[in-house]
Design a protein around this ligand. Structure first.
Ligand code: UTP
Length: 287
């Protein structure tokens, strides 16, 4: 089976959970410490050998793509001033991946956003990464998923156990265990009531998918919340082929809501030797 080389990153949503910060500014560019949220995801993909990014953005947003493109004027100034460390940081971002941008004219849902990536992906397997879900894992989550895809020859979803009262915020799978941490998916439902949920295994922002999904998404109508849901497309695909799930072994933050964003900021700052001691001391003064 073909190597997974492309990742579709949908970033054309409205970001209503973190307004007013995202009224004019793209959510995925909000910084966690000193890197935009989306850079964590692109670095994770690069660490999994995925070097083509298909970025799905809203019509007015040119900033997100610019973050991953070279900035010759800035580089020239940094070079002239001898700021070699900053120069290396800036250059590294534009060397992470080859970028293609596609537009989603209206935020019709995650399934629709993924479908917009179809021409850029072509007829080969691909990854989908939701930038809000920032994952710290070793090995990186996407790398484990690509390995599993190579072994099982079918789509792989990343799942995490969530509290029962939170299942109505996620796509939830019905699962048959294959071995520890690996499942075969038997059913999928988007945002179920806790009483109806088939399990507590929630799909979290990473997917390895096959191109036959695109034809299914073309036919998928609006579902929960009036949006074209990726979970609904996957449920239709499940009627045609086996789908697998892999349980997250690592830490995930949902940086797309206020509390999750703050927690992710502190989590990554406290992992930084240059910042952690002073930040810890400051946090103690607040207690
Ligand atoms: P979310 O539902 O988390 O993001 O979608 P949102 O819609 O931007 O935010 P809230 O819920 O209103 O706060 C997950 C990812 O899918 C993208 C979002 O940008 C986000 O990265 N998305 C969602 C699209 O690209 N298009 C859509 O139509 C919907």
């Amino acid at each position: 089976m073909a190597r997974v080389r492309s990742v579709v990153i949908p970033a054309a949503g409205l970001g209503t959970r973190i307004l007013p910060a995202t009224k004019a500014f793209p959510k995925e560019l909000l910084p966690l410490v000193d890197r935009p949220i989306i850079q964590y995801g692109v670095e994770e993909a690069a660490a999994a050998g995925i070097d083509r990014v298909v970025l799905v953005t809203s019509p007015g947003n040119n900033m997100t793509a610019a973050h991953f493109r070279p900035n010759p004027a800035l580089e020239a100034v940094l070079e002239k001033r001898g700021k070699t460390e900053s120069l290396a940081l800036v250059r590294r971002v534009s060397e992470l991946a080859e970028l293609t941008t596609v537009r989603q004219e209206q935020p019709l849902g995650l399934g629709h956003a993924v479908l917009m990536g179809a021409p850029a992906v072509g007829g080969v397997p691909f990854a989908v990464l939701l930038p809000d879900d920032v994952i710290d894992a070793d090995p990186p989550a996407l790398r484990r998923m690509v390995e599993l895809f190579d072994e099982l020859n079918g789509p792989v979803l990343l799942v995490e156990r969530v509290p029962r009262d939170a299942v109505n915020r996620y796509g939830i799978i019905e699962a048959a265990p294959l071995r520890p941490g690996v499942f075969e998916v038997r059913g999928l439902v988007e945002k179920p009531d806790p009483a109806d949920a088939p399990s507590d295994l929630a799909i979290v922002g990473r997917y390895i998918l096959t191109p036959d999904l695109f034809a299914v998404l073309e036919r998928t109508g609006a579902g929960a919340g009036g949006e074209i849901q990726l979970t609904d497309g996957l449920r239709e695909l499940l009627a045609k082929r086996r789908i697998y799930a892999c349980e997250l072994a690592g830490v995930r933050h949902d940086a797309g809501n206020r509390l999750g964003f703050l927690q992710a900021s502190l989590y990554f700052a406290l992992k930084r030797p240059d910042l952690a001691p002073a930040l810890r001391a400051f946090l103690r003064t607040l207690e």
